[in-house]
Structures are given as structure tokens and as C-alpha cells.
Design a protein around this ligand. Structure first.
Ligand code: ADP
Length: 515
């Protein structure tokens, strides 16, 4: 059969803990997914910003192509106009299969001019496949800007086929200074889209060197990771990053906080469930002990009642002839009555303690004289049971405030236990003394002792040790030591227990000395 405590534990786990743990696990899974979704939305936003810059640079070059296609004053004039307006343009060339016309922006020495022209012609013939394609496209009405590879450092070379001269297969080449092109054309566009919210920079891909930045970044938060190639400038990339806390940072921060909150919630829940489970288990244990207590008490009351009943009936019937016998019967009746009344008193006192009605009346007393009085009445009883009592009063004990009745009740409880839980060695030692502002009394026996695991529990109400022969047989209610503990608490004192299984126990009561 499953124990009730275990049942409650299982029910709690199934009803509360498991669903919450599942929910947390699900939420945690969702959180990282959400983070990924937000991350991808953010990434595509950054990409679209970079896309718009790329698109713009394409538009710039396309607009030059348009201008040259629609020149009213003739091609050459238009070339000079565009060249003069755009300081990034180093030279423009008009090329057909037969002719190569070259328009450098500034006058350059003959040698250099030849060199430059030669380079352009080489680039033209090296890229003839692309040029052919551009010519094919224009015939079907599509003007594409082609990017030519060039060995000139810091320069970019674009080509497009002229619409106006598609029959003659005319191609226009633009030789640009890359850095100037970036500053002149991309720069203003980047400033416009960045709007002080983003860092946008242009990098040389191979060296990762920054050749343009939209803002001077003394800020330490700049670490651009998000990069895209620039369509028109092979070997160059644009990078973007949000200023201040990036969305990635914010989302990550939130996710971490949520993770921590969920974790804390789970820990609190588990602790709560454990706490409830422990309380319920304690209550169940207490209830079990309570019912054992009732059956023990009934038994303890019934035995003396039966004896009293039997001996008084025998006496009443006049069947006892000898005086000696009669005296013995009276003594038994007396002893059992005393036992009964002490039992009932104990239960009544316990009831008062439980309902918080027990009152204490303290008066200044000498512990040794109080003990003398208790032992005077009790010695005979111990003698009859075959116990040797040794009392060693300490010298010069200070006066303490005690409730005399409660003190005697506590001592009698301890002596009764010493008697109940002693086997062959029937010695009881009582001593008194003073120590660190306390006056103490100790009751020592040489009986069965108490196992370490039970030592803290014997002071709990209804707790009884039932392992071991004598402990099992001994009659008791399990409230004696809890009453002693309560009495000591009322005196603001302590109770201490030293015991070894099979060797005996020593209970010490410590009373504070009044200053
Ligand atoms: P009980 O009526 O069972 O004696 P108590 O509250 O006085 O109840 O004691 C609680 C338990 O502590 C006892 O059941 C017993 O197992 C253990 N105990 C108390 N005093 C002694 C002692 N002197 N020696 C061994 N065990 C003891």
C-alpha cells in the first residue's frame, strides 16, 4: 500500500510541479525561438538599409548613362560636363570595335596618358565577354551597368552600352577613383539613411580596413559584424550596426532576464511544493502519533482501574481475613489510585499547555532544597522498585526563580523515565551545580539509552521510541518530555540530553540565574 505522505507527494508533483516544469521548458524553448525570429527580422532590416545604399550607387551610375544617352549638345560635350560635375570620375572612354576615344578629366603627361589608355584598352579586351553581353542586352532594350575587373589600385571601372549607338556597338567606360566615389556618392546617401541611429562604414574586404564611416566613433560600442558586398565596387563591403544597445543586445538581455525569472519561479515552486509536502507529512505523522497516544493512554488508565476495581470488590465482599493481606490490598489500591491521578494530571497539564492556558507562578528558591523535598516523597517509591538513588547537591547554588510545582513535575517525569527505561543496572544519579550563569540539575540513568537519530525527536509531543525490547514494552504516552521542554521554556532555561544506546542517558535542566 502506498503511504499517505507519498500519495500527497505524487499528487502534488502531478498537479503542480510537472505542469509548471513542462510550461517552463516550453517557454524557455519559445524564448530562444523568439530571439531567433527577432534577430532575423532585425537582420533583414539592416540588410534592406544596405540594399538601399547599393541601389542608390547603381542609380548614380545609371543616371550618368542616361545623361550620355540623351545628350542634346553632343556626346563629347556631355562627357566633359559629367566629368566636371563628378570629381570621382578620372576618365571616360568611348569604345567601338574600331575606335578608342579617351577623355581624361585633367591634362596628364603624354607618357602617363599612354599608360592609362593602354590599361583601359587591356581591361576592355580582357572583359570582352562581358562587353559583348552588355551589347546584346542593349539590343533587347536593357541597359546594364557592367563592373570590369581592373588591376589599377584604388580605381573602379564600369561599362555600359549606349542605347543611342547600339548599332555601332558603342561602349562607354568610366574610370573612377573609388574612395572619391564613396565619399561623393555613397557618403551623403549613407548619412541620410543612418540618421544618427546606425553606424554605417565602408571596408576594404581583404584588409578589413575602414575607408569610410558615417560618424566619428569614439564610442566603444562599435563592433560592426553585419556586412554586405557593394555591387559596383568589388573588393569593398558596407557594414551596419545600430548605435547604443543593439536590438540583438536588447532581445538577448530580455531573454536572459526571462530565463532567470523562470528559473527562480521554478525553484520557488519546488521549494513551496517541498514545504507543503513536508508539512502534510508532518501532520499525518502527528495524527498517527495522536491515535497511538489515545490507545496508550486508554491502556494506562484501564490497568490501574481494573486493579482498583478488583481489590476493592474483594475487600467489600469481606473475603480477606488476614489484616496483613487487607493492608497489602489497601496499599495496592492507594498506589494505583496515585498512578491514575498522576496520569490524569499529566494529561490535564498537557491539555493546558496545548491550549495555551498553563500558568506559571515563579518564586525565588534554592534548587537543592526543592529537590530534597521532591525526593523525600519519591525515595520510598524508588526503593520499592529496587532503584538506588544517589543525590549529589552542588555547593553554593545561587537562588533562582522557579514554579515549584512545575519543577517537581519536570523532575518526576525525568525520574519516571529513568525508572521505565532502565534494565538490570538500577541506579539513578541526581546532581546539581552552576555553570555559565545557569543553575542545573542532572538526572542520570544506566538504562537502554537513546539512539542519536531519536535524541532531538524525543522532546516532540507523542514521539516514542518503539524499537528495542524494553522501549517497546514500556508503557507511556509520549507527552512527558514535551511537558518538561515546555516547563523549561517557561523558565527561559534549556534542556540538554546526552545519551548512548545501551549505556544510559543524562537529562540536564538549566535554569538561568536572576541578576
Ligand atoms: P513516554 O511516556 O513514552 O515515556 P516521554 O515523552 O517521557 O514519553 O519520552 C519520550 C520517549 O523518549 C520515550 O518513549 C522513550 O523512548 C524515550 N526516553 C525518555 N527518557 C528516556 C530514558 N531515560 N532512557 C531511554 N529512553 C528515554
Amino acid at each position: 500500500m502506498i503511504k499517505p505522505g507519498l500519495k500527497i507527494g505524487i499528487a502534488l508533483t502531478l498537479m503542480l510541479v510537472l505542469p509548471t516544469l513542462f510550461f517552463s521548458a516550453y517557454e524557455m524553448g519559445n524564448l530562444s525561438q523568439n530571439e531567433m525570429v527577432v534577430d532575423s527580422i532585425y537582420s533583414s532590416q539592416l540588410e534592406s538599409i544596405l540594399f538601399s545604399v547599393n541601389q542608390y550607387s547603381d542609380d548614380v551610375v545609371s543616371s550618368w548613362a542616361y545623361q550620355l544617352d540623351n545628350s542634346k549638345d553632343g556626346l563629347e560635350k556631355e562627357i566633359r560636363k559629367i566629368s566636371a560635375k563628378n570629381y570621382s570620375i578620372d576618365a571616360i572612354a568611348v569604345v567601338t570595335s574600331r575606335k578608342f576615344r579617351f577623355f581624361p578629366k585633367e591634362k596628364i603627361p603624354r607618357d602617363s596618358l599612354h599608360l592609362l589608355q593602354g590599361t583601359l584598352e587591356r581591361a576592355f579586351s580582357d572583359n570582352h565577354k562581358m562587353i559583348n553581353n552588355l551589347q546584346r542586352y542593349i539590343k533587347s532594350g536593357y541597359q546594364k551597368i557592367g563592373v570590369l575587373e581592373t588591376e589599377m589600385e584604388g580605381k573602379s571601372l564600369f561599362a555600359f552600352a549606349r542605347k543611342q549607338a547600339s548599332e555601332s556597338g558603342q561602349t562607354i567606360l568610366f574610370l573612377l577613383n573609388t574612395l572619391k566615389f564613396v565619399n561623393e556618392n555613397l557618403g551623403p546617401k549613407i548619412q541620410g539613411v543612418a540618421q544618427n541611429r546606425f553606424y554605417i562604414s565602408v571596408f576594404e574586404s581583404a584588409s578589413n580596413r575602414e575607408i569610410y564611416a558615417n560618424a566619428i566613433h569614439e564610442e566603444e560600442d562599435k563592433n560592426i559584424q553585419h556586412k554586405k558586398d557593394i555591387w559596383l565596387l568589388p573588393g569593398y563591403q558596407m557594414g551596419i550596426q545600430m548605435k547604443g544597445n543593439t536590438v540583438e543586445d536588447l532581445v538577448h538581455e530580455r531573454t536572459t532576464t526571462n530565463f532567470i525569472l523562470l528559473g527562480v519561479m521554478n525553484v520557488v515552486l519546488l521549494l513551496g511544493a517541498w514545504f507543503v509536502f513536508r508539512n502534510i507529512r508532518q501532520q499525518i505523522r502527528l495524527n498517527q502519533m495522536k491515535s497511538e497516544f489515545i490507545s496508550n493512554v486508554s491502556h494506562e488508565i484501564r490497568t490501574p482501574l481494573a486493579l482498583i476495581n478488583m481489590y476493592s470488590e474483594t475487600l467489600e465482599m469481606g473475603r480477606v481475613t488476614s489484616d496483613e493481606k487487607r493492608m497489602e490490598y489497601y496499599r495496592i489500591i492507594n498506589t494505583e489510585t496515585n498512578r491514575l491521578s498522576s496520569m490524569v494530571n499529566k494529561i490535564l497539564n498537557f491539555g493546558k499547555i496545548e491550549s495555551g492556558r498553563r500558568e506559571y507562578h515563579f518564586q525565588n528558591s534554592d534548587l537543592n532544597s526543592e529537590l530534597d523535598m521532591v525526593l523525600q516523597n519519591y525515595r520510598q517509591h524508588l526503593d520499592r522498585k529496587g532503584f538506588a538513588l544517589e543525590f549529589s547537591p552542588g555547593n553554593g547554588l545561587p537562588i533562582i526563580a522557579v514554579d515549584r510545582e512545575a519543577l517537581s513535575e519536570a523532575v518526576i517525569n525525568l525520574i519516571d523515565n529513568a525508572v521505565k527505561y532502565s534494565d538490570q543496572d538500577r541506579r539513578i544519579a541526581i546532581s546539581t551545580g552552576k555553570e555559565n550563569g545557569f543553575v542545573f540539575l542532572q538526572v542520570t540513568d544506566y538504562g537502554i539509552g537513546i539512539a542519536p537519530k531519536d535524541q532531538a525527536l524525543v522532546f516532540d509531543k507523542f514521539y516514542r521510541v518503539t524499537k528495542g525490547d524494553l522501549a517497546h514494552k514500556a508503557k507511556g504516552s509520549g507527552i512527558g518530555l514535551s511537558i518538561v521542554k515546555h516547563i523549561m521554556e517557561a523558565h527561559k532555561g534549556n534542556i540538554e540530553l546526552r545519551s548512548r544506546l545501551g549505556e544510559g542517558s543524562c537529562f540536564g535542566l538549566y535554569f538561568p540565574v536572576n541578576n
